[in-house]
Write a protein that binds this ligand. Structure first.
Ligand code: PLP
Length: 440
């Protein structure tokens, strides 16, 4: 094997990396909460392949299920024939889904699931407009990107329009930086209430659905207040508008509940799933209440790899593992511990503006200083890099790339939290010190 520097040079010459420059880390192996690099150094992975391996890396149960399915059938095009794992998966999802009766369709990415959800509600309602949140992220196909808005690293990508017409972006319940200048709860949820005016004055009253992430992931773990979605739902009901929740990041235990919708005590009509569904295998789902899913007609959607048997087998084992081990409970417990410890860092630090989140979906918003709240994009990057130097991998996101994202596997234990906090505290102190001597 070549040395790391030569490998990375060869890689950059041969593989397109310009759309997402990787960290200078060559990962060769993984186990549960750890990744190992080319030199054999291990890293505590508190981003879990972007909030994906909820059941831990290389989970033995899921590995076994995949190997067994590999011996049976890899592919036949499950949108052309019936296959056993797809039915099993739909039934497993139906058992745990946040609404009943429901029906599922299976795809290969979260972006595709976003597209399918929009097609489905358009077909069902015979209306075409969609409301989504400013700063939301629903993926990168042209449909999915049309739903989201420019955030952080993706901002430039939004010059690649034109995008899908009929998408109307509504204010985000981002209380740390309320775009209406209000403070929760004295705001009486004005950001939700004004959706009524937006429907009346900024649409052609042809709105099929409102779509949102229960907690914005890429947008920087923006965590709406507890009563936000219930307020929105009242308005949607009055206007006969469906609620789609994008549970690609929040679903399957991450927030300390099985579903993000449970955190907000709201019943969606459609949810999209991806990431954790296959615990690293590429599968996504659109789960719709029965009549909405049934509205699809031949030709409305198709993909060669949709409902692939191996991916469905991985997802079946993943759901079983999450349910058997009640991983959401561990997410809640470890999440509370992490948030408590991170809040102590917030208290002591001049550049940690806010720690927020639910369960193991945690954001640390970095600022230049707490008074101005000017977004600390460079500081955030430096903290992430300093964590890496300490053997801790965390993510980044936020409207200005200024939020550290902490989204580990839901299998973590207290020792991992301690190890994370040791590295994180040190990283924040290092960056604060650097900043004092060489202001960024
Ligand atoms: C909330 C949300 N929806 C959709 C997507 C798109 O998923 P994928 O990258 O699998 O296309 C993502 C990806 O980060 C996401 O966070």
């Amino acid at each position: 094997m070549t040395d790391e520097k030569t490998f990375i040079e060869d890689y950059d010459r041969n593989v397109v990396t310009s759309f997402g420059k990787p960290f200078p880390l060559i990962v060769v192996q993984a186990e549960d909460v750890f990744l190992t690099d080319l030199k054999g150094k291990t890293y505590l992975d508190f981003w879990a392949g972007i909030a994906t391996v909820n059941a831990g890396h290389n989970n033995p149960k899921i590995q076994r299920a995949v190997k067994e399915q590999l011996e049976q059938l890899v592919h036949c095009s499950s949108h052309s024939y019936y296959t056993l794992p797809a039915l099993e998966l739909a039934q497993k999802i139906a058992e745990v889904a946040p609404f009943k009766p429901c029906i599922s369709s299976f795809h290969t990415s979260g972006s595709e699931a976003s597209d399918v959800a929009i097609k489905m509600v358009r077909r069902y309602t015979e209306k075409h407009e969609v409301l989504t949140l400013q700063g939301s992220y629903h993926g990168q196909t042209y449909g999915a990107r049309s739903l989201g808005t420019p955030v952080a690293a993706y901002s430039k990508a939004f010059t690649m329009g034109p995008f899908l017409p009929g998408v109307i972006h509504v204010p985000t319940p981002y209380c740390y930086r309320c775009s209406l200048g209000h403070t929760y709860p004295s705001c009486h949820l004005q950001c939700a209430k004004m959706i009524e005016d937006i429907i009346n004055f900024s649409t052609s009253r042809n709105v099929a659905a409102y779509m949102a992430e229960p907690i914005l992931g890429v947008g920087g773990i923006v965590t709406p207040p507890p009563d936000y979605f219930r307020e929105v739902k009242k308005i949607l009901n009055d206007h006969d508008i469906l609620l789609i929740l994008d549970e690609v990041q929040t679903g399957l235990g991450r927030t300390g509940e099985m579903w993000g919708s449970q955190v907000y005590n709201v019943k969606p009509d459609v949810i999209t799933l991806a990431k954790a569904l296959g615990n690293g295998w590429p599968i996504s789902a659109v789960v719709a209440s029965q009549p909405i899913g049934d509205a699809f007609e031949v030709g409305d959607h198709f993909s060669t790899w949709g409902a692939n048997p191996v991916m469905c087998a991985a997802a079946n084992a993943t759901i079983e593992f999450i349910v058997e081990n009640k991983l959401w409970e561990n997410a809640k417990e470890m999440g509370s511990l992490l948030i408590r410890r991170l809040k102590e860092v917030e208290e002591a630090s001049g550049i940690v503006g806010e720690v927020r989140g639910r369960g193991l979906m945690i954001g640390v918003e970095v600022v230049k200083d707490k008074k101005s709240k000017a977004p600390g994009g460079e500081e955030c990057k430096a903290i992430r890099r300093a964590c890496y130097d300490e053997g801790l991998l965390v993510g980044a996101g936020g409207f200005w790339s200024n939020v550290i994202r902490i989204q580990p596997p839901l299998t973590i234990e207290e020792t991992h939290v301690e190890r994370c906090m040791e590295a994180f505290e040190k990283a924040v102190k290092t960056v604060e010190k650097q900043r004092r001597s060489h202001p960024i």
